[in-house]
Design a protein around this ligand. Structure first.
Ligand SMILES: [Zn+2]
Ligand SMILES: [Zn+2]
Length: 146
């Protein structure tokens, strides 16, 4: 179990209109290799999360309902992707690249590895989970997808 950090992390989109503060962030980056994340962001999606968060510039945030169970948000001005909102658990995974993350942050797992394209790999040794495995984990946690 990795302890959350006491210091919040501050992130912003490319144009700076939207800024995000994540409180008690876990120093973990989850990489999702699913096909939707690839089309959304060009490759693996690195996500960070924390106990709570606040957003400045909300009026400039556009949410896109990417599936029955998730919304993906981006900045209306510069197009920067901001977060993935998992609706069944009401959890937000913020784009790791928006933040200047402290040195404690590490990639802790890679998910949907069965959908990862052949043309890249992350060099870190991490747990690797297929889409079926991660969906089973979410269902075991009580989340429903249909
Ligand atoms: Zn922006
Ligand atoms: Zn994904």
């Amino acid at each position: 179990m990795i302890e959350a950090l006491a210091e919040p992390i501050h992130g912003r989109c490319l144009c700076g209109t939207v800024s995000i503060i994540v409180e008690q962030p876990k120093p973990e980056v989850d990489i999702c290799h699913c096909e939707m994340c690839r089309r959304w962001g060009g490759g693996g999606f690195g996500g960070v999360s924390g106990a709570s968060f606040s957003v400045n510039g909300k009026e400039n945030v556009q949410a896109y309902r990417s599936s029955d169970w998730a919304e993906r948000a981006f900045c209306r001005t510069c197009g920067s992707n901001l977060w993935y909102h998992f609706l069944p658990g009401n959890t937000h995974s913020f784009l790791a690249g928006l933040f200047d993350l402290p040195a404690a942050f590490r990639i802790t797992q890679q998910i949907f590895v069965d959908e990862k394209p052949h043309w890249y790999d992350y060099a870190q040794e991490t747990p690797m989970k297929t889409g079926a495995e991660i969906i089973a984990e979410a269902k075991a946690a009580g989340h429903t997808f249909d």
